[in-house]
Design a protein around this ligand. Structure first.
Ligand SMILES: NC(=O)c1ccc[n+]([C@@H]2O[C@H](COP(=O)([O-])OP(=O)(O)OC[C@H]3O[C@@H](n4cnc5c(N)ncnc54)[C@H](O)[C@@H]3O)[C@@H](O)[C@H]2O)c1
Length: 213
């Protein structure tokens, strides 16, 4: 399986390049990033799948190029309008996940379940201070999956990676569901799973890693 990475010089993209290189059934065929002087259009001819971890303002164009070239896209970039993927012409299939960590997927599911039984909830999401979007894609997705109006609070500090607490309150009690990614390798099993399965999706785009588990 030939895999190209968009955002290859970034924090997540570089980690994905290492994971793809270490996977026996995959070959890293392209590393696109303005920092490396390589455009996404230059890596598509040699790729079956494009993995995108870039920026909210570039992800849609990268996905559009991949889909039009018949290259499947696995997208981790957050903070852009996912709805715009629906209308893209082309044969490539698209899997978008706001969070590729299995623990975070479980946190979202547990929070959705708990929100049916408790009066109110709020989300605190905490990330490193270089993150460009707020609230995080994971927090926005969690709130979407939960019952009721769920306010989100965003913390940006050096020393953090990606963390989220969902606090639910009811008479005389609270329930806290917390997930911590302490290292970017936490996202890699989910990314590799998506790369292996994206070609077999029945519909496209699919939003959320839970659909592949
Ligand atoms: N889904 C998940 O599990 C998950 C986990 C962590 C981060 N993220 C998201 O991944 C994205 C990247 O995060 P990061 O911390 O690696 O950011 P980063 O700033 O370290 O890396 C982004 C890279 O994209 C490059 N880039 C910009 N425009 C480009 C283009 N047109 N084509 C190719 N590359 C381009 C930049 O030069 C940079 O190297 C963010 O949106 C973040 O929220 C998602």
């Amino acid at each position: 399986m030939r895999v190209a990475v968009a955002g290859a010089a970034g924090r997540m993209g570089a980690t994905v390049c290492d994971a793809v290189t270490g996977a026996e059934d995959m070959e890293l065929t392209g590393r696109a990033d303005p920092e490396l002087g390589v455009a996404v259009a230059d890596v598509l001819a040699d790729a079956d799948v494009l993995v995108d971890f870039t920026r909210p303002d570039t992800a849609l164009e990268n996905i559009r190029l991949a889909v039009a070239a018949g290259v499947h896209a696995v997208v981790g970039t957050t903070g852009f309008d996912v709805g715009a993927i629906e209308a893209m012409p082309g044969e490539g299939k698209v899997l978008v996940a706001p969070n590729f960590a299995i623990g975070a997927v479980l946190m979202m599911q547990f929070a959705a379940q708990a929100s049916k039984h408790m009066a109110k909830a709020e989300i605190i999401e905490l990330h490193h201070d270089r993150k460009v979007d707020a609230p995080s894609g994971t927090a926005a997705r969690t709130a979407d999956l939960m019952d009721g109006d769920v306010p989100i609070h965003s913390v940006r500090l050096p020393g953090l990676v990606a963390h989220q607490e969902v606090i639910l309150g009811d008479v005389g009690q609270t329930l806290t569901i917390r997930h911590d990614s302490t290292d970017r390798t936490s996202f890699m099993p989910g990314v590799l799973l998506a790369v292996r399965k994206v070609a077999d999706l029945d519909t496209s785009p699919v939003i959320g890693l839970e659909h592949l588990l």
